[in-house]
Write a protein that binds this ligand. Structure first.
Ligand code: PLP
Length: 444
């Protein structure tokens, strides 16, 4: 206690030692990390980080142009709308918004999700829906609910880099099925199923992103969707359809979801999120699945987080009740279209003739493939250190070491002029690697 009355000249207070400053990075003393190694669960030891998350910290470095994140343009969201919605939540729902909620999510939100799905032509009832903490948790719950260590799952090659830690956490054996401009090579699915059955490891499920694939940027054609559902029905294959980008369309007409084509037969589980149509900071997503599956997922969610944030759910509800989300998405899509065009233009100008890339009609990403002599993990090191530009190297989207010549480029997160400059810098890094290859006697 500091004395309030002190004789003149008494400087006791100055002699009271201040609290020991803590280092800003950590309050812990250095410990030998080996102490934990033998104790980590094998599950934790085997987890592979998502390259994407590793690169996320770069987005905070002001000197680096990041084409790596999957960032929606949250700057487009109007401050007045945010204020209004927060005000309504505070005035009309404060106590309940601050309270725990049901694990499956607030009923009002599930009703609104049914409407959003209907807008995409995907019919669901309110009891088919469970709210999750982002689409990411919906992926985690899908894998955790069905996959034992060593079970095989089918995924596209490339697949969503953020799903890789889910696959490795639950110790799935991943079989990639190649893609082309029309999405998953459905013609190869039966062949793979035959082989895996013969090897005694029939896959538990197929995880697919039919619309504006992350990272490939392509969309599964209608013909392939129909064929895939036929295969699912004939061969009793469970499908996890991840659809965060269905509404992020710049050109062309929407295609029916696998969920809808399944016709309520329960072979497809449908995942989506508010991250791309509203904001990723809400961390609100959902899964649509048959009751028997939702019951198990509900238990998994109870273990993970009891319920998704009720503050966030209430924010989403009040936003959806007061504003037409389709107007906002329309505005976002206009911005993204311009950014996509800027990226495609810049790639045309800056990349060598042997490079190829996808031309997405929606979503947030272009998948670019460099000549064989360029390894994009090496290219990233050069691009980051010498040219201050970052992207996601393709290996992060495969679990079998492939993808080494490809990269994911994001066009939603930065303005057009910055995209052009970022791709220009990337072009310089690529030509430096080409020169090096030539200097070492390599053929072009
Ligand atoms: C294909 C895919 N699934 C799921 C997610 C996770 O989204 P959320 O922010 O809702 O967790 C993303 C995010 O980028 C994604 O691209």
């Amino acid at each position: 206690m500091i004395a309030t009355h002190r004789p003149e000249g008494d400087n006791t207070s100055q002699r009271i030692p201040p609290p020991r400053p803590r280092t800003p990075e950590t309050a812990l003393r250095p410990v030998d990390a080996g102490r934990y190694d033998a104790r980590f669960a094998s599950r934790a030891a085997g987890i592979v980080s998502s390259v994407m998350r590793d690169l996320m910290s770069l987005s905070e470095r002001p000197d680096v142009i990041s084409l790596s994140g999957g960032f929606p343009n949250t700057e487009a969201f109007e401050r007045e709308v945010f204020d209004e919605v927060v005000e309504v939540v505070a005035r009309e729902h404060l106590a309940s918004a601050l309270q725990y909620g049901p694990t499956e999510g607030l009923l009002e939100l599930r009703e609104l999700i049914v409407e959003i799905m209907a807008h995409e032509g995907a019919r669901a009832g309110v009891d088919d829906i469970m709210v999750t903490s982002g689409g990411q948790q919906a992926i985690d719950l899908s894998i955790r609910t069905f996959v034992n260590p060593g079970d095989t799952i089918l995924v596209e090659g490339p697949t969503y880099p953020g799903a890789v830690p889910c696959f490795t956490t639950y110790e799935a054996r991943v079989e990639h099925i190649p893609m082309d401009d029309d999405g998953l090579r459905v013609d190869l699915v039966e062949e793979v199923l035959d082989r895996l059955h013969a090897e005694g490891r029939p896959p538990k499920l197929l995880y697919t992103i039919p619309n504006f694939h992350n990272p490939a940027g392509v969309t599964m054609s209608l013909e392939r969707r129909e064929r895939l559902i036929e295969i699912a029905h004939d061969r009793e294959l469970l499908i996890v359809e991840d659809n965060p980008y269905g509404q992020i369309r710049f050109d062309g007409e929407p295609l029916p979801s696998l969920w809808e084509l399944d016709g309520g037969q329960g072979w497809v589980f449908y995942l989506s999120t508010f991250s791309k149509i509203l904001a990723p900071g809400t961390r609100v997503g959902w899964v649509a699945a048959p009751a028997a599956v939702l019951r198990k997922m509900n238990l998994g969610k109870q273990a993970a987080d009891l319920c998704s944030s009720t503050v966030s759910q209430r924010f989403v509800i009040e936003y959806l009740k007061r504003h037409d989300w389709r107007d906002y998405v329309g505005r976002l899509n206009g911005i993204y279209r311009g950014r996509r065009d800027a990226m495609l233009r810049a790639l045309e100008e800056e990349m060598p003739a042997e490079a190829t890339w996808t031309r997405p009609n929606g979503g947030l990403f272009v998948w670019a493939t460099m000549p064989d002599y360029i390894d994009t993990t090496d290219l990233l090191a050069l691009a980051q250190d010498r040219h201050q530009v970052a992207f996601v190297p393709g290996r992060g989207a495969f679990l079998d070491g492939r993808g080494g010549h490809s990269m994911r480029l994001n066009f939603s997160g930065v303005p057009e002029a910055v995209i052009s400059e970022g791709v220009r810098r990337l072009g310089v890094a690529v030509s430096e690697m080409t020169d090096l290859h030539r200097a070492l006697g390599g053929e072009l």
